[in-house]
Design a protein around this ligand. Structure first.
Ligand code: AMP
Length: 189
């Protein structure tokens, strides 16, 4: 199985590139942000808890996220592989992912780090907020999310380098060009 962690700051293009990977390689896709937004839309207890964190640009507690991830992962049957989009976001989540996969005789195949300069992220997210109306894509919350990214999520770059899974992808340029760079990495696995 191909288990791909697609990584990067908010607005780095993880969702866009994941959709293309799903199509090209026939993979399953877990976007933890999408899962949480669906829970909010459906008015579930989990959604109510998640909303407070999301609207404030904060991360949902690790224990909750790890349970959600495992249950979505186990719902895939005869999967060719999975794209993890927006998970892990903390070292504790990366460790939990490694353990969860090991318990299923699997491992992360590669971590793709989509790197995009900060000003570009800001521009993209403000534009996305105007087009999609996503509540957390407003300037104040975006700034908080970027602070959270740098303090809690970016340390995963070194974590995956040490784990021998890290691959850098330049996240600016055309969508096709970025996708070609990603495919070149995957096709070598
Ligand atoms: P995303 O759609 O990936 O940008 O996620 C939107 C929001 O959902 C984040 O700002 C967090 O509040 C929450 N979220 C998504 N994935 C996670 C995760 N793995 N751990 C904690 N919070 C998450």
């Amino acid at each position: 199985m191909l288990n791909i962690v697609i990584f990067g700051a908010p607005g780095s293009g993880k969702g866009t590139q994941s959709a293309r990977l799903v199509e090209k390689y026939g993979l399953n896709h877990i976007s933890t942000g999408d899962v949480l937004r669906a829970e909010i839309k459906n008015g579930t207890e989990l959604g109510k808890t998640a909303k407070g964190y999301i609207d404030n640009g904060q991360l949902i507690p690790d224990a909750l996220m790890i349970d959600i991830l495992a249950s979505v992962f186990d719902s895939f049957k005869d999967s060719k592989g999975v794209i993890f989009d927006g998970f892990p976001r903390t070292i504790a989540q990366a460790e939990a992912l490694k353990t969860m996969l090991a318990e299923r005789n699997q491992e992360v195949s590669v971590m793709l780090d989509l790197e995009v300069p900060e000003e570009e992220l800001m521009t993209r997210l403000i534009k996305r907020g105007q087009e999609s109306g996503r509540a957390d894509d407003n300037e104040e919350t975006i700034k908080k999310r970027l602070v959270v990214y740098h303090s809690q999520t970016a340390p995963l770059i070194d974590w995956y380098k040490k784990d021998g899974k890290y691959s850098h992808i330049k996240g600016v340029g055309t969508m096709d060009g970025i996708f070609a760079d990603i495919c070149a990495v995957i096709d070598k696995l």
